[in-house]
Design a protein around this ligand. Structure first.
Ligand code: ZN
Length: 283
């Protein structure tokens, strides 16, 4: 795996061949890795770090619980693996169900049919848990990890001060339609996270997927999210049925979705979220 140097201390790979984007922060005495892709690509990521530095890798920070970001954690078993406490809870639940030892061969078989590009990367999969969790905020040296929620309930951002670099995880899909249909996704918190990022002293944003980016992309996505929210809530308050809300073609134009179901599943999830909100609190 080849890294691109993006600042004094930060190197990334945003090719997306082996899963979500990954990066490293080279500190004085040790290295912090961010996200881990899939097992095979996770090992390749780990091995490639020595092309950049001889310092030991001491930490792996996970931005959220999705498999394309955490399945490679096993290559960092000797490190302190850091994630939000809800990330640990989610992985624990999945280890008992869809990611159990018995289910993993099935998961790999399914991938051969549904995600053939991913299947070879799953070889040797063993899902492991973070060994350090946090609630709102966690520091590693001067690196700040902040929980935001949004894309998932455990989504967190990683700020590298001085370098003015931010790892946004999957809060940002650059130049592509975001996956907002996770059962724990919260579009309101996502909007708050975008606003928080725009207030930060950040020049370079490393998204979860897509090329290096900056606040212009965040601003663009924030505008779209807000426009969809206001239109969708308006339709919900007029009792417009879900199919009509999803099919509505007056939302501002935005990226096409990588996968055909992403847009629909995302908008359905948001519709349900705001419909519940209306029932509970009214708007
Ligand atoms: Zn994700």
């Amino acid at each position: 795996m080849k890294f691109k140097r993006v600042s004094q201390r930060v190197y990334v790979n945003t090719e997306g061949k082996g899963g979500g984007n990954v990066g490293i922060i080279v500190l004085n005495d040790f290295v912090v890795a961010v996200d881990a892709q899939y097992p095979v690509s996770g090992w390749e990521f780990r091995r490639s770090i020595s092309d950049v530095t001889t310092k030991p890798v001491k930490y792996l920070i996970l931005t959220h619980y999705h498999q394309d970001h955490i399945f490679g954690s096993q290559a960092f078993r000797d490190c302190e693996i850091i994630g939000h406490f809800l990330l640990k809870k989610r992985i624990e639940e999945n280890i008992k169900t869809i990611w159990s030892k018995e289910e993993i061969p099935k998961l790999i078989e399914d991938a051969k049919t549904n995600r053939p590009e991913v299947a070879p990367l799953l070889e040797g999969l063993e899902v492991i848990l973070p060994n350090t969790t946090f609630n709102d905020r966690f520091m590693v040296d001067d690196i700040e990890i902040t929980h935001t929620g949004g894309h998932t309930e455990c989504s967190s951002i990683i700020y590298v001060p001085g370098d003015e670099v931010l790892f946004a995880g999957d809060l940002l899909f650059v130049k592509r339609f975001p996956w907002g249909g996770d059962p724990t996704a919260d579009p309101d918190l996502w909007i708050e996270a975008f606003r928080k990022i725009l207030e930060m002293n950040v020049n370079i944003i490393i998204p979860g997927h897509g090329p290096l980016s900056n606040k212009d992309e965040v601003r663009k996505q924030l505008e779209w999210f807000m426009a969809v929210r206001s239109k969708m809530k308006e339709m919900i308050s007029n009792d417009t049925p879900m199919e009509k809300v999803i099919e509505y073609n007056g939302y501002p134009s935005f990226y096409e979705s990588d996968r055909p179901t992403w847009r629909t599943s995302t908008l359905e999830h948001w519709y349900r979220k705001w419909s519940n909100q209306r029932q509970l609190f009214g708007f």
